[in-house]
Design a protein. Sequence first.
Length: 108
Amino acid sequence: MIITTTPTIEGKRIVKYIGIVAGEVIEGANFLRDIAASFRDFVGGRAAAYEEVFIKARESAIREMEERATNMGANVIVGVDLDYEVLGSSGSILFVSASGTAVVVENI
C-alpha cells in the first residue's frame, strides 16, 4: 500500500474516497530509559533509548492505520499526518497518532 503525506499520487487518479483512517499508539518509557535520558541531558548527545520509543510508536501507528485502510477496501492512504503528544505527570508516556484519507487509486 502507498502511504503518503501528499494529497494525490502523481500520474494516478483517485477513483473513490473511502474516508478518514487513523492509527493510535500509546507507548510508555521505562525507568531505565528515564535514567539514560537524564544522563544524556547532563552530558549532551542523543538519547537513543527514547529515539527507539518514538520510532517504534510511529511505525506501529502507521501499521495500524494501514490495516484499517486495507479492511475498508483502500489501496492508498493520502494526506497522512503524524501527531505526537507527551502524557503523564512525569511526561514518560508517548501518544502517537497517524491519520489520513483512505482512497482507491486506479492501476496501483
